[in-house]
Design a binder for this molecule. Structure first.
Ligand code: HPA
Length: 273
């Protein structure tokens, strides 16, 4: 057994009695995007702090728990809060929640995040379907001994953002008259925001949304055989385009402003997947 699988198995065994069902879909909620969960009928909650070998979320905006709930008749696992590389965890530790949900039998994962944009045609408050990503600047969570029990050594990344899931997202957005952008997401290590030069460079590379999460999770999810889709909420123009100093508070404030639209979209997507 690989070393990481042993760790994951212990984590799984420590909570298996608390898992109420195999969720049909899981969703990760990004900065400032997790509040709507409070209004849902909750079937079970598992705090990351209660899971053996699990990293603890240190970011105050990220609560760190699995919430089992029912949305639009579907059994859903909401991953409220996530673990980031910038918190000092390794990429392998940061993707443990994703691998654990794969062990629970989850087959589809929607990842959401708050992001800045180097794209001058975008505006804060825009919601972007992630079409593809650039992983070069983030640590790869698959480096090290391969977790054979979960996936292969060299997983491909063709259509890693599932075209069928994207079709559903577009259909739901059109039905609800929600305008969506579609673009490329790039994960940086953080936690410092980018310089103006870095934002310019990312723009030249064709990046439309920049954040500090998601890509390593998508890689781990693909490795584990899950289908994934991603949504970025554009909370700010990148440094240099925006003349004001970025702050996490502003990111959260903008995310909160579109919360109603975002919630409608997400619930519609889940019901239709
Ligand atoms: N850069 C990186 N991560 C972010 C940003 C940003 O501008 N906004 C929200 N998350």
């Amino acid at each position: 057994m690989s070393k990481e699988y042993k760790i994951l198995k212990e984590a799984y065994d420590s909570i298996k009695k608390k898992i109420p069902y195999v969720p049909e879909i899981a969703i990760t909620l990004g900065s400032g995007l997790g509040d709507f969960v409070n209004d849902l009928k909750i079937d079970a909650v598992i705090d990351y702090a209660s899971i053996k070998n699990f990293p603890k979320a240190t970011n105050q905006n990220h609560k760190g728990k699995f919430v089992f709930t029912t949305i639009g008749g579907k059994k859903v696992l909401v991953m409220q809060g996530r673990i980031h590389f910038y918190e000092g965890y390794s990429a392998i530790e940061a993707v443990r929640p994703v691998r654990l949900i794969a062990m629970m039998g989850v087959k589809k994962l929607i990842l959401t995040n708050a992001a800045g944009t180097p794209n001058k045609k975008y505006r804060p408050g825009d919601i972007m379907i992630i079409k593809d990503h650039i992983s070069f600047f983030a640590p790869n969570p698959l480096i090290g001994e391969n977790v054979e029990e979960i996936g292969i050594r060299f997983p491909g990344m063709t259509n890693v953002y599932d075209p069928d899931m994207i079709k559903v997202i577009k259909k739901v957005a059109t039905k609800n008259k929600i305008k969506l952008q579609e673009g490329i997401y790039c994960q940086l290590k953080g936690p410092s925001f980018e310089t103006a030069t870095e934002v310019k460079l990312l723009g030249k590379l064709g990046v439309d949304a920049v954040g500090m999460s998601t890509v390593i999770e998508v890689i781990a999810a693909r490795h584990a055989g899950m289908k994934t889709a991603g949504l970025s909420v554009i909370t700010n123009m990148g440094t240099g385009i925006s003349k004001v100093e970025l702050s996490d508070d502003d990111v959260r404030e903008t995310a909160a402003k579109i919360a109603v639209k975002f919630e409608k979209l997400v619930k519609g997507i889940i019901a239709n997947l």
